[in-house]
Design a protein. Structure first.
Length: 359
């Protein structure tokens, strides 16, 4: 039955009848629990972790394929009639249910919903899990896990996976927070280190001048905790400044290949000057528009289409579409694509020639 529904949703007739929306969005409206191709999940429990961070335990429907510790999902929630999608790491699993832990941002739409307005029983949509911030197949002798703020979410997932694997090597968790009250999962991480002496937690209270470890990331912190960057697999997730500093340090030490990083925010994109007014044809929808200096995602939305998207910054690949002709520029790197068929992330692509996109 569900295969038949999937088949019907993909038919050209369904696309025409439901334009400018998607067949999935109509099905969601009529039967929210059955849904389209994405995973529907009910918020089963909400737990405040800190003043600014809440964990949502999600009960997904049968479409959920599970995840590998360290991966994330794109979570979509409807607020005031508009759908908003953001990426969140699966920080833990409780009774088989994935948990996302969300720290609020000033004026942040989804993060403030999760901290202030979510109700147990709310329905959200999540993508299948994705991402490469995962443990290697062969575990090395040492791990150095560096996190800042909400960047602790995938670090907690990796920590729990190492505990579950009875990992006997050394694990150092270097966690940057303004003050101890801002440390998410502090009690959990302390419990891990108490029961597993090979796991050590080093809390850096960046704004606490009386703290032994204070200020932003520096080589002195690595020295103070006895880190061995040449002998450890290192992971970092957190604010852009922390990631840049750590990446620079590992690059200078010739150890960049030992560092795995996860960005929650995109690197600042250079201004694009050669994209003025290029025609874009979205072939599945039969829509042609121009994209004056805008990404293809913005051009599609401006034309009334509702493409899948998540991070909107070239990280999650949720918005990937097939380009069948034309050339685009990646706004993060300035690099030009080829002129033929290829998959592109439309949220970070601007056309520099006329392009056709399967959307
Ligand atoms: C792969 C990935 C995994 C992520 N996992 C988590 C997670 O586990 N927990 C979590 O709390 N967040 C996570 N994020 C960040 C999350 O997706 C959102 O970006 C964040 O919650 C803000 O969304 P918003 O709707 O509240 O803010 P928006 O309404 O999108 O923006 C509001 C304001 O917040 C600023 N802002 C947006 N995002 C950030 C950010 N990441 N850091 C600082 N300022 C920001 C904007 O510049 C703007 O001023 C992840 C992001 C990625 C790409
Ligand atoms: S929306 Fe995440 S890569 Fe485009």
């Amino acid at each position: 039955m569900l295969n038949l529904i999937d088949h019907a949703l993909k038919s050209p007739l369904a696309r025409i009848l439901t334009w400018p929306h998607t067949p999935e969005s109509y099905l969601e409206f009529l039967a929210p629990k059955v849904g389209g191709k994405s995973v529907k999940a009910t918020v089963k429990a909400v737990r405040q972790e800190t003043d600014r961070a809440a964990s949502l335990v999600l009960a997904p429907n049968h479409r959920w394929d599970g995840h590998v510790p360290g991966q994330y999902v794109s979570l979509t929630v409807s607020l005031n009639g508009r759908r908003h999608t953001r990426c969140f790491t699966v920080s833990a699993v409780e009774d088989g249910c994935p948990v996302v832990t969300i720290q609020s941002h000033a004026n942040g739409k989804v993060s403030n919903w999760a901290n202030e307005s979510v109700w147990v029983g709310d329905t959200v949509e999540i993508s299948q899990a994705c991402g490469d911030f995962v443990l290697p197949a062969q575990l090395p002798e040492r791990f150095l896990l560096i996190a800042g703020g909400s960047g602790i979410t995938p670090v907690r997932a990796l920590t729990d996976a190492l505990v579950a694997a009875d990992y006997a090597g050394q694990v150092d968790i270097l966690y940057y927070v303004p003050a101890a009250k801002d440390a998410i999962f502090l009690a959990h991480l302390k419990a891990v280190t108490e029961s597993h002496p090979n796991f050590r937690l080093h809390l850096v209270k960046t704004r606490d001048t009386r703290s032994k470890l204070q200020g932003h990331f520096s080589a002195a912190h690595l020295k103070a905790i006895g880190a061995d960057i040449g002998g450890s697999a290192a992971y970092v997730c957190g604010p852009a400044g922390l990631i840049e500093a750590v990446e620079q340090h590992w690059t200078d030490a010739g150890q960049a290949s030992r560092l795995t990083l996860e960005r929650f925010q995109a690197v600042k994109a250079p201004a694009i000057t050669d994209a003025a007014g290029m025609p874009v044809e979205f072939t599945d929808s039969g829509v042609t528009t121009t994209a004056p200096g805008r990404t293809l995602l913005e051009a599609a939305e401006g034309a009334g289409l509702t493409p899948n998207n998540g991070c909107r910054q070239g990280i999650c690949r949720t918005c990937t579409c097939r380009k069948t002709s034309g050339q685009v520029r990646d706004i993060r790197t300035g690099e030009l694509s080829g002129t033929g068929e290829e998959d592109i992330a439309i949220c970070v692509s601007v056309p520099v020639t006329p392009v056709t996109i399967e959307l």
